[in-house]
Design a protein around this ligand. Structure first.
Ligand code: ADP
Ligand code: ZN
Ligand code: ZN
Length: 731
C-alpha cells in the first residue's frame, strides 16, 4: 500500500530505446531522476540487456504514472551531451524500418560508424590538408622519373590542397616530402578561395537550369537524362554552388567512387576543401571523421557511395544521385535498401530538391517521369559536339572465333590502331574462361558448394567460383577420367587480353577488371597509361562503363552481350541496354563519332535490333510494354521472402509454412514457394516466395502483418530468412 502511494507521487519517466538486436520492437527503460535532463531523442545510452550491456539510441520518452517500477530496468548512462543523431535522420530510419520491414534497432545502429556504435566519444580530429609549398612547386619538374610516388603526390597537389585520404601513397612518402619542405600540412579552410568559375552553359544546359532553378530549394525529383559528355555534372556543380551559397550542404551519391577519382577531383577543384568523400575504402577512422564533418556542417559537399545516404547532415539542401540506374545502389544483404529510393524519401521529408542523373535511366525512373511524378530534363547533345556512336551488330554465326574474337572485329581493331586510335573491348566476364571442360568424359569443373561452374583463372593458376569464392589449383588431368587435355570453354577478360597481345604484339594492352584493378592507385596507373598513349588497347568489364574519359578512343567492340538474351532475370535486357550504351558512349574523339561493334549469335533478336538501330530510349519503351503485360515492376510492387539452409529441404518447408501468412490479403498475390534460380550456393539450399501487389499500400499491410511472425514459425531456427522489398533480381 505504502509502495503504491510513493510510486504514484514519483511518476516514472520511460525511454523507448532502439537496440542492436534482431527484434521488431523498441525496448522501454526507466530513466533515473539524475538522467532525465540528458535523455533526449537521438542520444546514445547504455542499458542492461539480459546479462549484457548494450548501446542504444533514444527514440522517445514519455512519463508514465501507471508504470510499475518492477517492470522496468534503469538506463545506466547517457553517452551524448547533445543527441548524436539528428531528428530528421532518426525519422528516416524509422521510415526505412517500416518500408523494408527490418528491425529498427538494426537500421538505427547501422547508421552509426563502428566506434560510435560501440560507445566511443564523438570527437573530431583537427581536419588537415596537405598543400604544395612554393619550393615544392619549383622542385616538381626536376624530380627524377624513378621517384614515382613523390612525383604523383606533387602532381596531385598542384590543383588544390588535399586531405590525407585523397592521396594514394604511404605515410613515408608524405614524411619525406614534408622533410624536404615541398609540402606542408594546413588546417582546412572551408571557404576556399580562387574557385574556378563555371563555363557559360550551353543552350541545352541553360534550358535545364531554368527548370532546375524553379524548384527554389523545395522538394522535387528531377531526372536528368543525358548521354555521357552532355554536361550533366556541370549542372550538378551549378546547383550545388547555389545550395552552398544558401548556407546548406549537398550530398552527391555515386557508384563506386574509388573507381571514379576524376569525379571527386572535379568537385574539389570547384569547391575546395569543403568536399569530403565517404566510401568503404576510407577505413573506420576516415569514415567516422566524414560522418562527424557532415554532422557539424563543415563538410559542405559529401561525395559518397550508397551508405552516405544515412549521413547525419546538419543542413542538407540538395541531393544528387549520379548514374541513378546503377545496381550498386541496392544493398543485397542486411537492410536491403535502395540508396536512390531512400534518397528520394529523405529529400521529400526535408523538402529539398533531388537530381537523378544518367545516360541510361532505369525503367522505374523513366516510368515515374512519364507519369509526371518526376520532372524530366534531357540533354541530347554532347558539349564538345561529338555525335554519339551508332551501334553495329556483327553476326558471328559460323565465323571462326579466335578466343571469342571474330575476324571482322579484329580487322576493324587493326584499322583503328594503325590510324592511331585506341580500341576498347568489353565483356562482362573476368577470368580466362567460364568453364573448363574435359573433352573425353564431359567433366566441367563444378563448384562443390554451388550449382555453378568454377571459372578458370589462368594467370593465378586457379579455378575460382564467382558465387562463393571457393578456390582450387587447376587440375593437371581430369579428376573424373584422367584425361590430360582440358579445354577452356568461352572467353573472359584474361583470355581476350592474351589473344590481343598475341595478335597485336606492337601495342600494349591494359586490362580493367576486379582482378587487375585492386586499388585506386592501380586504376590511376592504368588510366594514365591510356591517357598518355602507352597502352592502345583496353579490355575490361563494367569498370570501363563507369564514367572514365578516354579521349583517344575511336572504337569499341562488345565481345558478347548474348547472355542477357537467354537470361531468366527480368532485368537482364534493361541492364544489357545500359551497359552497352554506356560502354559505346566512351567512343568518339575530336569531333569524330566512334565505331561500335557488337558481336552476337542473335542478330535478328528484335530487342537487340531496336537497341542498336534506335537506341536505349526505344529499347526502354519496348521493355515497359513487356513489363506491363507481365505485371512486373514498375507495373506491380514486389517483395521476396528468401530462405536458405544447410539441410536440403528445410528452406522450402519453411516457406510452405510461411505461405499462409501472406495468402488471402486483398490486392496481394503470394506465389507458391519455389527453389531459387541457383538452388545451391555456398553450401546452402535456397528457396523463395514471391509477393506481387498492385498497390504499395496493400503490399505493406500484408508484410506488416506477416513479417513479425516469421521468426515464430516452427522451422525458423533451421533457416536463414530475409525479406527483400523491391528486389533487384529474383534469383
Ligand atoms: P556528363 O556529366 O554528362 O558526362 P560533363 O558535365 O562531365 O558531362 O561534361 C562533359 C565535358 O564538357 C566536361 O569536360 C566538362 O568540363 C565540359 N563542359 C560541360 N559543360 C560545359 C560548358 N557549358 N562549356 C564548356 N565545357 C563544358
Ligand atoms: Zn574426363
Ligand atoms: Zn561456389
Amino acid at each position: 500500500m505504502v509502495h503504491k502511494v510513493i510510486h504514484k507521487l514519483l511518476t516514472a519517466l520511460l525511454a523507448s530505446i532502439a537496440l542492436p538486436v534482431p527484434l521488431f520492437r523498441a525496448f522501454d527503460y526507466r530513466v533515473p531522476p539524475t538522467l532525465t535532463e540528458a535523455v533526449r531523442r537521438g542520444a546514445r545510452v547504455r542499458v542492461p540487456f539480459g546479462r549484457r550491456e548494450l548501446i542504444g539510441v533514444v527514440l522517445a520518452t514519455q512519463p508514465d504514472s501507471d508504470a510499475d517500477p518492477a517492470d522496468y530496468r534503469d538506463l545506466i548512462e547517457v553517452l551524448d551531451p547533445t543527441p548524436l543523431l539528428p531528428p530528421d535522420l532518426l525519422g528516416l530510419c524509422e521510415w526505412a524500418a517500416g518500408y523494408y520491414h527490418h528491425p529498427l534497432g538494426d537500421v538505427v545502429t547501422s547508421a552509426l560508424p563502428g566506434r560510435l556504435r560501440k560507445g566511443a566519444a564523438a570527437e573530431r580530429d583537427q581536419p588537415l590538408v596537405y598543400a604544395l609549398t612554393d619550393a615544392g612547386a619549383a622542385a616538381r619538374p626536376a624530380v627524377p622519373e624513378r621517384f614515382r610516388a613523390q612525383r604523383a603526390v606533387l602532381d596531385a597537389l598542384q590543383g588544390a590542397p588535399l586531405p590525407r585520404d585523397a592521396l594514394a601513397c604511404s605515410a613515408g612518402v608524405l614524411r619525406q616530402l614534408e622533410d624536404k619542405g615541398w609540402i606542408e600540412r594546413r588546417g582546412v579552410q572551408t571557404q576556399s578561395a580562387g574557385v574556378p568559375a563555371s563555363p557559360a552553359p550551353t543552350a541545352e544546359q541553360a534550358a535545364a537550369l531554368e527548370q532546375l532553378e524553379r524548384d527554389d530549394g523545395r522538394f522535387g525529383v528531377h531526372l536528368i537524362e543525358g548521354v555521357t559528355g552532355s554536361g550533366k555534372t556541370e549542372l550538378y556543380l551549378r546547383r550545388i554552388a547555389a545550395c552552398i551559397a544558401r548556407g546548406q550542404q549537398a550530398l552527391v551519391l555515386a557508384p563506386e567512387i574509388s573507381l571514379t577519382p576524376q569525379l571527386e577531383a572535379r568537385f574539389r577543384e570547384r569547391f575546395g576543401d569543403g568536399v569530403v568523400s565517404f566510401h568503404s575504402g576510407l577505413g573506420d577512422r576516415g569514415r567516422e571523421q566524414a560522418w562527424l564533418g557532415s554532422r557539424s556542417g563543415d563538410a559542405r559537399v559529401v561525395i559518397g557511395t550508397r551508405s552516405a545516404v544515412w549521413l547525419p547532415f546538419a543542413r542538407l539542401g540538395l541531393i544528387v544521385v549520379d548514374e541513378e540506374h546503377d545496381t550498386s545502389y541496392k544493398q543485397q544483404d542486411g537492410l536491403r535498401y535502395s540508396a536512390r529510393d531512400v534518397a528520394i524519401m529523405r529529400a521529400r521529408k526535408l523538402d529539398i530538391p533531388i537530381l537523378l542523373g544518367s545516360a541510361t535511366p532505369s525503367l522505374e525512373s523513366l516510368y515515374n517521369a512519364g507519369a509526371g511524378r518526376y520532372r524530366h530534363l534531357r540533354l541530347e547533345r554532347r558539349v564538345h559536339d561529338t555525335p554519339p556512336p551508332q551501334i553495329r551488330l556483327l553476326d558471328v554465326r559460323g565465323l571462326p572465333l579466335d578466343h571469342g574474337l571474330s575476324p571482322p572485329l579484329l580487322q576493324a581493331a587493326e584499322r583503328h590502331l594503325q590510324q592511331g586510335g585506341q580500341v576498347l573491348l568489353f565483356l562482362n566476364r573476368r577470368g580466362y574462361a567460364p568453364v573448363l571442360l574435359c573433352h573425353v568424359c564431359g567433366w566441367s569443373a563444378p563448384c562443390n558448394h554451388c550449382d555453378a561452374h568454377m571459372t578458370l583463372h589462368q594467370g593465378r593458376g586457379l579455378l575460382i567460383c564467382h558465387h562463393c569464392g571457393a578456390q582450387q589449383p587447376i587440375p593437371r588431368a581430369c579428376p573424373s577420367c584422367g584425361e590430360r587435355r582440358l579445354l577452356p570453354v568461352g572467353a573472359g577478360t584474361e583470355r581476350v587480353e592474351q589473344a590481343l597481345a598475341n595478335r597485336f604484339p606492337q601495342y600494349a594492352v591494359a586490362r580493367f577488371d576486379s582482378d587487375r584493378i585492386t586499388s585506386p592507385t592501380a586504376l590511376e596507373r592504368q588510366l594514365a597509361d591510356i591517357r598518355e598513349g602507352r597502352a592502345r588497347i583496353l579490355v575490361g568489364t563494367q569498370i570501363l562503363a563507369k564514367g572514365h574519359d578516354f579521349p583517344g578512343l575511336s572504337m569499341v567492340g562488345i565481345v558478347s552481350a548474348d547472355q542477357a538474351l537467354y537470361g531468366s532475370d527480368f532485368r537482364a535486357l534493361e541492364r544489357m541496354g545500359q551497359l552497352v550504351t554506356q560502354v559505346a558512349g566512351r567512343a568518339g574523339r575530336a569531333g569524330q563519332p566512334g565505331e561500335v561493334w557488337l558481336q552476337t549469335h542473335e542478330p535478328e533478336h528484335p530487342l537487340l535490333r531496336v537497341m542498336a538501330e534506335q537506341g536505349y530510349r526505344a529499347l526502354c519503351e519496348r521493355l515497359l510494354v513487356e513489363r506491363e503485360q507481365t505485371a512486373l515492376p514498375p507495373f506491380s510492387h514486389l517483395a521476396l521472402l528468401r530462405a536458405e539452409a544447410r539441410e536440403p529441404d528445410a528452406a522450402l518447408r519453411y516457406l510452405d509454412a510461411a505461405w499462409p501468412l501472406f495468402d488471402g490479403h486483398a490486392g496481394v498475390t503470394a506465389m507458391d514457394p519455389m527453389p531459387s534460380g541457383m538452388e545451391r550456393r555456398a553450401g546452402y539450399t535456397r528457396a523463395q516466395l514471391l509477393l506481387s501487389a498492385t498497390s504499395r499500400a496493400a503490399l505493406h499491410r500484408t508484410l506488416a502483418a506477416a513479417v513479425p511472425r516469421l521468426s515464430q514459425l516452427p522451422d525458423a531456427r533451421r533457416v536463414r530468412w530475409s525479406i527483400d522489398v523491391d528486389p533487384y533480381d529474383l534469383m
